[in-house]
Design a protein around this ligand. Structure first.
Ligand code: UDP
Ligand code: MG
Length: 362
């Protein structure tokens, strides 16, 4: 079975040799046809020199050096483009992800899944990372319907065909399972061993929480409403416009009635009522939401690629080009001779759902 590992590297010179050795040990024990793709994301230390020397000694090692630091999603994308394996695994370069878990990912993939995400149940990270991460995972589950415990985990396994359809940009790498599930791919998770960082330091600070939340909103919009933006924007717009228009009409009627009163003291002056301005604001906001919704619909109508509105699992008969087997009945089991005993480690009371493929919130 051919397996490509994609490893984003940003200033990880001390870890790379050890990681290569660990990957090599797993591949020889399990008989994998492995390629190891290190993507140097503009490191300023000796990471690239280490990658060059590893590639010189081992033909399975490929190196890709980006011109500057483009971020983890870009580095992963560069690696996915080069990956040729039937399966693609991503793992961090800092030795926090243990390559010994790879056979368990592959066992899990054999449960007819297209993507398996790692779950660092016991984490070796500071509290200010672990706490917000829990909240974040819960929110992603609520908003997208993909209930994984650990969306941020860099240790994941994919069938390569996913990358023909899922486009990554910005920092959306942590949402690949969500983007894939939205296209009907089956997603699951396993508990993985997580180790403390031995060398260097984390590349992310607290600001990641804000960026992660904004990305979550984007993914919620793209997966749920990317093909029908007005359903979201128009609903919000109608609510605001409806409320504003109703109140303005009611207040105008009230104004008219108050004019019939001969006592001028009782006349209503709309400009003296705060509610009048709130209603006006609400009606205007509503119209704006709907106008943006129409613009978004125009973009979708004229720009969207027809092949992106669906995803084909199989074709049969006709002149259809043969599709790769992507279902359990036609797909051969992924082979790896030795099966480790730790395969059942994720089956406890707290075990994650084996498949999570609900469609995103509509
Ligand atoms: N990384 C990268 N580009 C960046 C930041 C990080 O390629 O701009 C890599 C980094 O070298 C590591 C992985 O992404 O292999 C995860 O980074 P880190 O360990 O700092 O994240 P954490 O474990 O703290 O979430
Ligand atoms: Mg790390």
């Amino acid at each position: 079975m051919q397996l490509s590992t994609v490893i984003p590297v940003y200033n990880e010179e001390e870890s790379l040799r050890a990681l290569h050795q660990e990957l090599d040990a797993v591949a020889s024990a399990e008989g994998y046809e492995l390629d190891i793709i290190f993507v140097d994301d503009g490191s300023s230390d000796q990471s690239w020199q280490v990658i060059e020397s590893l590639a010189a000694d081992d033909p399975r090692v490929q190196g890709i050096q980006l011109r500057r630091n483009f971020g983890k999603a870009a580095a992963l994308n560069a690696g996915f483009e080069a990956a040729r394996g039937e399966l693609v695994m991503t793992l961090d370069a800092d030795l926090q992800d243990d390559p010994k878990e790879i056979p368990r990912f592959i066992d899990k993939m054999n449960e007819n899944l297209d993507c398996v995400s790692g779950w660092k149940q016991v984490r070796h990270d500071p509290w200010h990372k672990v706490g917000p991460s829990r909240v974040f995972n819960w929110m992603v589950g609520r908003l997208t319907g993909v209930k994984l415990h650990d969306h941020n985990c860099g240790f994941k396994c994919y069938r390569r065909e996913i990358f023909d359809e899922v486009r990554l940009y910005g920092e959306l790498h942590r949402f690949v399972p969500v983007l894939a599930a939205a296209r009907g791919y089956r997603v699951g998770e396993i508990v993985v061993d997580h180790r403390a960082r031995q060398f260097g330091h984390s590349k992310y600070g607290v600001y990641r929480i804000v960026k992660g939340f904004l990305d979550l909103l984007t993914v919620f919009f793209l997966t749920g409403y990317g093909q029908r933006p007005q359903h979201l924007l128009g609903t919000i717009g109608l609510l605001f416009f409806g409320t504003g228009a109703f109140l303005l009409t009611a207040m105008t009627a009230w104004w008219g009635i108050s004019r019939l009163d001969s006592n001028v003291e009782n006349n209503l002056h709309l400009t003296e009522r705060a509610l009048f301005f709130y209603s006006l604001g609400s009606a205007l906001l509503g119209v704006q939401f709907m106008s943006i919704g129409f613009l978004a619909e125009m973009l979708t109508a004229y720009q969207s690629d027809p092949s992106r509105i669906f995803s084909v699992r199989k074709r049969i008969g006709g002149d259809a080009p043969p599709t790769p087997p992507t279902d359990q009945d036609t797909r051969p089991a992924l082979q790896h001779p030795a099966v480790t005993e730790s395969t059942t480690a994720d089956e406890g009371d707290d075990a994650p759902p084996s498949t999570v493929n609900e469609s995103p919130a509509a």
